[in-house]
Design a protein around this ligand. Structure first.
Ligand SMILES: NC(=O)c1ccc[n+]([C@@H]2O[C@H](COP(=O)([O-])OP(=O)(O)OC[C@H]3O[C@@H](n4cnc5c(N)ncnc54)[C@H](OP(=O)(O)O)[C@@H]3O)[C@@H](O)[C@H]2O)c1
Length: 290
């Protein structure tokens, strides 16, 4: 797999302090890129940034930390405002942050947390950064989805889990929404020089399972199995890095990759009518008026 140099390029990675996002950040700075780590916990992010600089031998200036809580539309707006004020270009936006199978929780704006963070927060983030991405073309948007999208459905009559909540179904729905969003974004960006591709990283040993209860006695065995059976964060980050940097996918758009290869999606993940409808409703939900 050939990777281009990332020297002079600016990349935003959401959820960059942990798991796949952290490994993606480290790989991009190793290639000479500069990464803005968009994270909700400033202390954890600073610590991760310090470690990444130490591990990779990168320049301090290649890694910066900015606060972004995707569970707050005000925070998304403040983050984008700051980026637009301070950055002259944005070459790659990696929508990586995610929450998995949490108990029913609401974002600051009242959205179910998994749909709110995994889909709506990133939807608004991308919308607000699009002008900067367009000005920086050729540029790329990379969306981290999951194979679990296959279990997802978009129920427009209860998008916000007001009537019922199933934590696994809500995660699957949010990851299906990621794919529909990415496909629609790619269609809307045709000819702009900004590409949008998604990926599924496989099963990766990260902090994602924090809300999945494992009995205390079984935890050491579970950790051992996870280390043996799951991908490392570095392995899990490979397709994110490929889509962000590889010359092989320059100009490629609207696809979903796994193991650095394009995948065929289920019809409902690539249905333009469904994607268009979700886009329109998402705009209303996050208060986009243009
Ligand atoms: N691990 C897997 O097997 C797997 C499989 C398929 C897809 N994925 C996808 O891969 C992506 C990365 O997950 P991971 O496995 O690396 O998990 P992880 O280690 O838990 O990392 C998730 C990141 O998202 C951040 N995040 C969560 N809520 C946020 C919010 N409200 N605002 C901003 N950031 C927030 C977390 O921040 P904190 O550290 O502060 O919580 C963390 O940095 C997710 O989109 C996930 O759905 C993972």
């Amino acid at each position: 797999m050939e990777h281009g140099s990332m020297e002079g390029k600016t990349v935003i990675v959401t959820g960059a302090n942990s798991g796949i996002g952290r490994a993606t950040t480290a790989a991009i700075v190793k290639l000479g890129g500069r990464v803005i780590m968009a994270c909700r916990d400033h202390g954890l992010a600073l610590e991760a940034a310090r470690e990444i600089v130490q591990e990779t031998g990168a320049e301090q200036s290649q890694v910066s930390v900015k606060h972004l809580d995707l569970a707050s539309l005000a925070s998304v707006r403040a983050f984008c405002h700051e980026v637009i004020q301070t950055e002259s270009r944005l070459d790659v936006l990696i929508n990586n942050a995610g929450v998995y199978q949490c108990p029913l929780t609401r974002t600051q704006d009242g959205f179910e947390l998994q749909f709110g963070v995994n889909h709506l927060g990133h939807f608004l983030l991308t919308h607000l950064l699009l002008e900067l991405l367009r000005r920086s073309a050729p540029s790329r948007v990379v969306v981290v989805s999951s194979r679990l999208y296959k279990r997802g459905t978009i129920d427009f009559s209860d998008l916000n889990s007001e009537r019922s909540y199933d934590r696994a179904a809500a995660y699957a729905r949010s990851k299906l929404a990621n794919l529909l969003f990415c496909g629609e974004l790619a269609r809307r960006l045709q000819g702009s020089g900004v590409t949008a591709n998604a990926l599924t990283p496989g099963m990766v040993n990260t902090n994602l399972g924090r809300h999945v209860a494992v009995p205390a006695l079984a935890r050491p065995l579970a950790a051992l199995l996870a280390r043996g059976l799951l991908r490392t964060p570095e392995q899990g980050a490979q397709t994110s890095v490929f889509l962000a940097v590889s010359p092989e996918v320059a100009g490629v758009t609207g696809k979903c990759y796994a193991d650095c290869k394009p995948q065929v999606l289920l019809d409902r993940a690539s249905d333009p009518d469904l994607a268009g409808k979700l886009w329109d409703i998402s705009e209303v939900m996050v208060g986009i008026t243009t």
